[in-house]
Design a protein around this ligand. Structure first.
Ligand code: GDP
Ligand code: ZN
Length: 361
């Protein structure tokens, strides 16, 4: 009990700090962007959320819950439609989103959000409010370009993974631009060092960024090089790995977090099928306090999107499809389709799934 109160006291203190940070960020962004800018719309969503939070807070106070109604603080580790899994201390619990939050779910709640839950006697606890974020990764909603969709909240560092055998160093600038004002910082991991053929060109291309203070880790997930360095860089922080499919994100994440066995390309190649991980957490906490945020949308954050190529326009579907039983799966009625399963479980927005199917027909 004392432990819980201690945690909440800490929680309140950081909320105060986070509010100031968010305030500062908002002013900065308003200065530099046109009001009809897409990020501007994201801010509208954010504003709505903050207002809603206050309303929710008052409503629950007005209803005067029984004095012993427990209030919990936690972190969203998985989100489905109107549902979430929340890490409270050492434990993960299923929870429902309050209707007001569920309605604006795509901007109001994201994996990584710090939330407050109310216990209910005969049901899963209810997520009633979301704390102001210290950072957010967002992108334009493909179904409605005027709106933003928040992919993850409270990410400290985004790790751009490149493969040394064909490193697209141009992505570094792209990611820096995508992260400007997000509150998250960038680091680069050049993986597949065992396959590097032009180390010098790579060093040259990254030198200006390193001089500017960007952390660059050279790694080989299969050999194990650079893993300790990566671990030290991320220790105690919330990290998200982004990069093209096949650069080794899953393999790196498995190295950092051996308990969480993500299907990698190697597994997929061997037996032609992967596991679909729709019920697995999108946020895992390592023993040293590092938090790894891994969702298909986040993996593709900041990468170029081609409008005329289904897999480029739907990087999240493309990533999910790696778990389908059949390589040529059309994601309609095939057995073992990870994409359809994700849509059914809410890990993939059903509207987005339908939009994807329309594109392919
Ligand atoms: P993801 O799509 O970014 O998650 O990539 P995966 O982790 O699934 O890796 C894609 C392929 O690259 C798999 O066959 C991995 O075994 C392989 N791979 C990952 N890291 C390395 C590495 O450091 N060196 C080599 N040679 N192959 C790697
Ligand atoms: Zn499929």
């Amino acid at each position: 009990m004392r432990d819980r109160f201690g945690r909440q006291a800490r929680h309140l203190r950081t909320r105060e700090e986070e509010r100031e940070l968010a305030e500062a960020r908002r002013t900065r962004r308003q200065d530099t962007r046109a009001p009809r800018d897409r990020a501007g719309d994201a801010e509208v969503g954010f504003e709505k959320m903050r207002r809603r939070e206050r309303v929710l807070g008052r409503t629950s106070a007005d209803r005067a819950p029984a004095p012993n109604t427990a209030q919990l603080a936690g972190t969203i580790v998985w989100l489905g439609r109107g549902r979430a899994r929340v890490r409270c201390g050492e434990h993960e619990r299923p929870a429902a989103l309050a209707p007001d939050l569920a309605r604006v779910q795509q901007t109001a709640v994201a994996v990584g959000d710090e939330v407050v839950l109310h216990e209910r006697p005969d049901a899963d606890p209810l997520v009633v409010s979301v704390s102001p974020r210290r950072s957010e990764l967002a992108r334009v909603d493909p179904d409605d370009p005027r709106r933003a969709r928040v992919l993850a909240a409270n990410v400290d560092v985004v790790v751009l993974v490149l493969a040394a055998d064909r490193a697209r160093t141009g992505l570094v600038d792209r990611l820096l631009a995508a992260l400007a004002g997000s509150g998250a910082e960038l680091a680069v991991c050049v993986n597949k060092q065992d396959l590097a053929h032009d180390q010098e060109a790579l060093q040259r291309a990254l030198a200006p960024h390193r001089d500017a203070g960007l952390a660059v880790v050279f790694a080989s997930a299969v050999r194990g090089d650079g893993i300790d360095e990566l671990r030290a860089l991320l220790r105690g922080r919330a990290a998200a790995f982004v990069g093209h499919s096949g650069v080794g994100k899953s393999t790196l994440l498995n190295r950092l977090d051996p308990r969480n066995d993500r299907a990698t390309g190697a597994v997929r190649d061997r037996d032609g099928r992967g596991r679909h991980t729709t019920s697995a957490s999108s946020l895992t906490v390592l023993a040293d306090g590092t938090r790894l945020i891994d969702t298909p949308g986040v993996r593709a954050f900041g990468l170029p999107e081609g409008r005329d190529d289904a897999s480029a326009a739907f990087p999240d579907v493309h990533d999910l499809a790696q778990g389908c039983r059949f390589r040529d799966c059309a994601h309609r009625h095939e057995p073992g389709c990870a994409v359809r399963a994700a849509a059914e479980h809410g890990a993939l927005d059903p509207a987005r799934y339908r939009a994807f199917l329309r594109l392919g027909s």
